[in-house]
Design a protein around this ligand. Structure first.
Ligand SMILES: [Zn+2]
Ligand SMILES: [Zn+2]
Length: 505
């Protein structure tokens, strides 16, 4: 440990590890950097409101047998608005590394010796060999501006400076980030692992330790003023359970004025249940649909959250329930496209492609979900297992998200969440038995399609000008008219996230 005095205010400055280059003075918030001439002042960082999301300086944990301590926190501003945090840590009080979080998924990385490609050669999905660490797939190319910081950092972070980066995904849960900075230094390659928060064994001792006021993450609906307690610190948008308004949590602006839900979803918001030995809370509900040959097919999706384990999805499509999670792009072998993909040695064959639209949402979401946004969805099947891809069709970002899901008995889920007997509840598009789905396009499907067309004709006949606002974002949500039997066109969207083009960074 080296001790000196802050050149701005004289407070003691202590660097905990030799790899640290700069530090934010806890008393005057100046960025103090080590140099040949002692300590220099690079200017003050912005005051940021500390929330109880993420980690804080002084938090400790243990990852795969190594103790770590959070030494510094870097807050970067996203060019499209919003910010994200990265945590500079020391392992065993000696070795530097970084812990990052995006969309409920955490990564632990550290600097390695590997050659980075020129940033102009990179595209999302391009493959990048990183020496002995293997081949990685680019999942995001982005940039941020150094906005604020706390604690110590391994470089001289000048407030306002630009950082370009690429995020990559590799095999076996590996992850990488290439830091191109502002172009004035050689690229820095970091490699590590994607993990769940549970694997970090965090002891939260840092919140408030440096005198910050910690803000509660609960909010109020900007449309009706109703209280909206937030389950997840990572949420970007929330649709009010009282009035249906979809609002952005950062700007506190209403994005879409949906109608109020007329019936409770199959899985109520706030319901808790244990699946795969983890207790999940249902925090979001989406009604989605696709058009196939002029017909509308719809299904419902439920976002589950656990602070320690991140996000999962339950998808209810024509009575069949799928439980799914994000699949890192580096684990998908796409050489068999467009007909098949391989994951962990198994082949998944293309089942269907469609355009999936968001019709209605309730609750909170970790990406900037928008009503009527669409994605191109492809499903690949192998028995009860499915690999799905979704590509955003709006915005300028070229993002592809993969998900892995499996069918689970509906009664198991209903027992886990204590919702047995909630048949016919809002959001259950198909009352059809599961066998119809498995059997594909047999006679049952045809009979049901005819019945559905008949019901639709009756509905259209009975519904004149009064229901012209059917499924829109402004005319109120109609649970009767848009729920039709899906003859195999339903896509699965599990944990894909950021179809609105916001990847958390
Ligand atoms: Zn100072
Ligand atoms: Zn409201």
């Amino acid at each position: 440990m080296a001790e000196a005095k802050c050149p701005s205010c004289g407070a003691p400055i202590v660097f905990k590890i030799g790899a640290s280059m700069s530090q934010v003075c806890a008393s005057c918030k100046s960025v103090v950097v080590r140099s040949d001439r002692g300590l220099e002042n690079l200017g003050r960082v912005a005051d940021v409101v500390t929330t109880d999301r993420g980690l804080a300086v002084h938090d400790r944990g243990n990852f795969r047998g190594r103790n770590f301590e959070v030494l510094g926190k870097l807050t970067l501003a996203h060019p499209a608005g919003g910010s994200w945090d990265e945590y500079y840590v020391s392992f065993d009080s000696r070795d530097p590394g970084w812990i990052e979080e995006a969309q409920g998924r955490w990564s632990v990385i550290s600097v390695v010796q590997a050659t980075a490609p020129d940033p102009s050669q990179l595209q999302v999905q391009s493959q990048v060999p990183l020496g002995t660490f293997g081949v990685f797939v680019v999942t995001e190319i982005g940039q941020g501006t150094f906005h604020s910081a706390d604690g110590e950092l391994p470089f001289a972070a000048r407030p306002g400076s630009l950082r370009k980066f690429a995020d990559l995904s590799g095999a076996n849960g590996m992850t990488a980030q290439i830091d191109y900075g502002d172009g004035t230094h050689p690229p820095i390659v970091n490699v590590g692992y994607e993990v769940e928060l549970a694997e970090l064994n965090v002891q939260r001792v840092g919140f408030g330790a440096r005198g910050q006021v910690v803000k509660s993450k609960d909010t109020k609906c900007p449309s009706c003023g109703g209280p909206l307690p937030l389950a997840s610190g990572q949420s970007e948008r929330i649709a009010c359970k009282y009035c249906g308004a979809l609002s952005d949590l950062e700007t506190n602006q209403v994005i879409s004025q949906q109608g109020k839900a007329r019936q409770e979803p199959w899985l109520p918001l706030g319901a808790k249940g244990v699946l795969e030995n983890v207790e999940w809370m249902c925090i979001g509900y989406m009604h989605r649909s696709t058009q196939i040959e002029g017909e509308s097919f719809s299904w419902s999706e439920y976002l589950l959250y656990s602070e320690q384990h991140g996000y999962r999805w339950l998808v209810l499509d024509e009575g069949v329930v799928r439980f799914g999670s994000n699949l890192p792009a580096g684990q998908v072998d796409i050489r068999g496209l467009p007909n098949a993909v391989m994951v962990r040695g198994a082949t998944y064959r293309k089942r269907n492609s469609n355009t999936a639209r968001v019709d209605y949402v309730l609750g909170e979401f970790y990406w900037k979900v928008a009503i009527n946004e669409t994605v191109s969805a492809d499903d690949f099947e192998n028995g009860r297992y499915m690999v799905s891809s979704e590509r955003a069709q709006t915005g300028t970002q070229n993002e592809l998200n993969w998900t892995f899901s499996q069918t689970v008995p509906r009664d198991v889920v209903e027992a886990a969440f204590g919702i047995r007997g909630r048949t016919g509840a809002f959001g259950d598009p198909g009352q059809a038995p599961a066998a119809n789905r498995v059997g594909g396009t047999g006679l049952n499907g045809l009979v049901i399609a005819i019945i559905v067309i008949f019901i639709m004709l009756v509905f259209i006949g009975a519904c004149s000008s009064a229901c012209s606002g059917g499924s829109g974002s402004s005319g109120g949500y109609s649970s009767g008219g848009t729920t039709t039997y899906s003859g195999g066109g339903g896509g699965v969207r599990i944990g894909g996230g950021s179809s609105g083009g916001f990847g958390g960074k």
